[in-house]
Design a protein around this ligand. Structure first.
Ligand SMILES: Cc1ncc(COP(=O)(O)O)c(C=O)c1O
Length: 447
């Protein structure tokens, strides 16, 4: 048995898989925030390049990956598929646990899979500068890396709490030449308004998205890049699952359960969606999307049209949401602190194809420490959620022979401050912030 299954460079997938045409009962279209009518690419062209908007709306099942994108992805892709034999032994389970290691990318997560493609299509259309938000700092690092490869400038609005918790993410982004500011910032109208009302706010992805969008909308040379949620991001991330399919075949196995942590949904969708056609043809696969109990959009949110940001500037997306002005508690999995969810994941939950699962912060760090001690890799706090769910699956019945595949979305080497807090007993579990969510749900737009 091979501990890890590694593909050659020339085995890298050359097309992305687009799940949209295969979603039972389809996706509801995005709506124009002003008219509440379905929104075409024309209006979105102000903030996104056409190459990405075509992908956003595409009904093609397979889309070619451009050569210049493949050349950069090959720096770390194909990523290894690893059998977590040591973790299995420590748990005493008969389940087989596989993980797809996306932590081997230049910045340590799955995020560059989309950042490289996004920077490429912007460069091709003459864009000079990209503005974006980042939660944990992973997406900001990824876009900083990708823009540096294609000669673009990059401005990152980094959620305040992560900016303070993760100083080395800033250093990493600076290394790739990006400019970083804590969000809410005084550099945008939205930022100034929120600071006036809530001077001590930890910030949120919803606020940082508003700031980056405002930046892009007010500058000729700048477009906006989003690190998750949208269809084109899920498309780019599908390379994870396409590789995993080839690797599972080499291993002579097939997953019974596929697991991923869910912030905006892109890493989980990227691993899961290429397996959906098999599911639709009758293969038994369970898909489990894991989210923090403190920001439970899938398990406690509502499927509704909502804005992707606090300032209500994005198109209305049909998704599971906790309300666009919900500011989640400052948990250390910054990348999972988002009020909404990818419309693709939301539709698959609606169709009962994905089972959502919520877990608490402390059990996730415990799982992460066990994983580090057994498999030797320290998971990012977000990834600890997937590790925790894999452990739950593998230990429900220790004698059950099943094959578990989870996405190891990123390593935690720049998140050691969070681990320090965990060891010092300074981290707590946040209960479901019921009152605050009820308040933000009352502000859902009426369609
Ligand atoms: C390591 C890691 N995993 C997961 C996520 C969650 O994002 P998504 O749900 O889009 O994969 C993030 C987001 O920043 C991340 O950094």
């Amino acid at each position: 048995m091979n501990k890890k299954i590694v593909l050659r460079d020339d085995e890298i997938p050359r097309q992305w898989y687009n799940i949209v045409p295969d979603i039972p009962n389809g996706l509801n279209p995005p709506l124009d925030p002003e008219t509440k009518e379905p929104m075409g690419p024309e209006k979105l062209g102000a903030v996104f390049p056409m190459g990405l908007l075509e992908q956003e709306m595409s009904m093609e099942r397979f889309i070619d990956i451009p050569e210049p994108v493949l050349d950069i992805l090959k720096i770390w892709r194909p990523s290894p598929l690893v059998r977590a034999t040591n973790l299995e032994a420590a748990l005493g389970t008969r389940a087989k646990i596989y993980f797809k290691n996306e932590g081997v990318s230049p910045v340590g997560s799955h995020k560059p899979n989309s950042a490289v493609a996004q920077a490429y299509y912007n460069m091709k259309e003459g864009v000079k500068r990209l503005a974006t938000e980042t939660g944990a700092g992973q997406w900001g690092s990824a876009l900083s890396f990708a823009t540096s490869k294609f000669g673009l400038q990059c401005k990152v609005y980094m959620v305040r709490v992560s900016y303070d918790q993760k100083p080395y993410r800033k250093s990493m982004m600076q290394t790739f030449g990006a400019q970083i500011v804590a969000s809410p910032s005084t550099e945008t109208r939205t930022g100034r308004r929120i600071l006036e009302e809530y001077p001590d706010t930890p910030g949120s992805l919803g606020i940082a998205i508003s700031e980056a969008l405002e930046d892009a909308a007010t500058r000729e040379d700048t477009k906006y890049a989003l690190g998750s949620v949208l269809n084109h991001v899920v498309l780019h991330q599908s390379i994870i699952g396409l590789e995993a399919q080839k690797q599972m075949e080499i291993a002579g196995d097939y997953p019974d359960v596929i697991i991923g942590c869910c912030g905006g949904g892109s890493n989980f969708a990227g691993l899961a969606v290429p397996f959906v056609p098999d599911y639709l043809e009758g293969r038994k696969i369970r898909f489990v999307g894991v989210e923090p109990a403190s920001c439970p959009s899938l398990t406690m949110g509502r499927l509704a049209y909502d804005y992707g940001d606090v300032a209500q500037t994005t198109p209305l997306l049909y998704m599971y949401t906790l309300g666009h002005d919900f500011i989640p508690p400052g948990i250390h999995a910054g990348g999972l602190r988002y009020h909404g969810m990818a419309p693709i994941i939301s539709a698959l939950v609606r169709e009962n194809m994905i089972e959502p699962l919520k877990v608490h912060q402390l059990e996730c760090f415990e799982a992460g420490v066990l994983f580090a001690k057994t498999e030797g890799i320290i998971p990012a706090p977000e990834t600890c959620h997937a590790v925790r769910a894999a452990i739950i699956e593998a230990t429900q019945d220790l004698n059950e022979e099943k094959t578990i595949l989870f996405n190891f979305s990123g390593h935690g080497l720049i998140d050691m401050g969070s681990y320090d807090k965990f060891y010092a007993g300074e981290l707590e579990n946040y209960e479901y912030p019921e009152e605050q969510i009820a308040k933000s749900m009352a502000n859902l737009p009426r369609i």
